[in-house]
Design a protein around this ligand. Structure first.
Ligand SMILES: Nc1ncnc2c1ncn2[C@@H]1O[C@H](COP(=O)(O)OP(=O)(O)OP(=O)(O)O)[C@@H](O)[C@H]1O
Ligand SMILES: [Mg+2]
Length: 252
C-alpha cells in the first residue's frame, strides 16, 4: 500500500539559518507517528511543512518533496486551502474563536460550504463533538461561549473544529502539554480512537505519551532525523545510541 505521506530530502531554512537537514520519512495511513527530540530541534518546523503552514513565514524556504496521496504539496498550483482542509492542525495552546461552542465547530463547515442544510450542519457539528469525545459535556450549552470551557475541553473543542471539515491527516503540536494529567489522558485516548479514521502526527516532549499513543516514533536532533522506527523497537531497543540517551533522559 502506498504510504499516506512521503517526505524526501527535505531541507528547510529560516533566512540563512538551516532548521531541517535532508529529512526523509514515510508515514503509513491510519497510524500515529510521534515526533520527539530536544527543544529547538525542528519538530514544529517539520510538522508545519506537512501542510505548508510555514508559508506564512516570509523568510522560510523549503527544498525537497512532501508527497501526500501521491501529490507533491509544494508543486506550483497546489490549492493550499484545500491542502489545509485535508491536513488539519491542532496547536499546543488551545485557540478557540471568541464564539459559541457550536459556532467554533460550525465555522470550517460554513466557510467551506460543506453542509447541505441547517439540519446537516447541526448533525455535522454533533458528530465532530462526538468524535472529539466532548459531546456529552457540552450538548446542553452549545450556544454558550467557548471560553467558558476548561483547558482540556477547549483543546478537545479545537480537535472537534479540526475534525469538522473532514480532514484525512491531523497534525498535533504538543496538544496536551498545557493540560493536567486527567485531561492529558483524555487527549491520549482520543488520539488512539481517532487513528481508526485518520493519520496522525503528534509532537510530544512526553516519552510515556509517545510510547503510549504512537505506532512509530521519529527522533530529531539539531534539525536532523536521527532515528525513525516502530515505537516499540524505538523504546526497547533503539538502533542509535543518541536515541537511547535521549529516551532514557541522559540529555535534552
Ligand atoms: N519563525 C521563525 N523564524 C526564525 N527561526 C525560527 C522560527 N521558528 C523556529 N525557528 C528556529 O528553528 C529551529 C527549530 O525550531 P522549532 O520550533 O521547529 O523547534 P521544536 O523542536 O519545535 O522546539 P520546541 O520543542 O521548543 O517546541 C530553532 O532554532 C528555532 O529557533
Ligand atoms: Mg515546537
Amino acid at each position: 500500500m502506498e504510504n499516506k505521506i512521503r517526505v524526501s530530502n527535505l531541507n528547510f531554512f529560516y533566512g540563512k539559518a538551516q532548521a531541517l537537514y535532508d529529512i526523509s520519512l514515510e508515514v503509513p495511513e491510519r497510524e500515529v507517528i510521534a515526533f520527539i527530540g530536544p527543544s529547538g530541534c525542528g519538530k514544529s518546523t517539520f510538522l508545519r511543512t506537512l501542510n505548508r503552514m510555514n508559508d506564512t513565514i516570509p523568510i522560510a524556504r523549503v527544498a525537497g518533496d512532501v508527497i501526500i496521496d501521491g501529490e507533491n504539496i509544494y508543486a506550483p498550483g497546489t490549492d493550499v486551502v484545500a491542502l489545509r482542509r485535508k491536513v488539519g492542525m491542532v496547536f499546543q495552546k488551545s485557540n478557540p474563536f471568541p464564539k459559541s461552542i457550536f459556532e467554533n465547530v460550525a465555522y470550517g463547515i460554513r466557510i467551506n460550504g460543506i453542509h447541505t442544510s441547517k439540519t446537516d450542519l447541526n448533525e455535522r457539528v454533533e458528530k465532530a463533538l462526538h468524535d472529539a469525545a466532548l459531546w456529552n459535556e457540552v450538548k446542553d450549552r452549545l450556544n454558550t461561549s467557548a471560553f467558558g470551557l476548561s483547558g482540556g475541553q477547549q483543546q478537545r473543542l479545537c480537535i472537534a473544529r479540526a475534525l469538522a471539515v473532514q480532514p484525512e491527516v491531523i497534525l498535533m503540536d504538543e496538544p496536551a502539554s498545557a493540560l493536567d494529567p486527567i485531561a492529558t489522558q483524555k487527549i491520549e485516548e482520543l488520539v488512539v480512537e481517532l487513528k481508526r479514521d485518520y493519520t496522525i502526527v503528534i509532537v510530544t516532549h512526553n516519552m510515556h505519551q509517545a510510547s503510549r499513543v504512537s505506532d512509530r516514533t521519529a527522533f530529531f536532533m539539531l534539525g536532523k532525523l536521527i532515528e525513525y522506527n516502530k515505537t516499540e523497537k524505538m523504546f526497547q531497543n533503539p538502533d542509535d545510541r543518541m536515541t537511547e540517551d535521549y529516551i532514557t533522559g541522559r540529555f535534552g
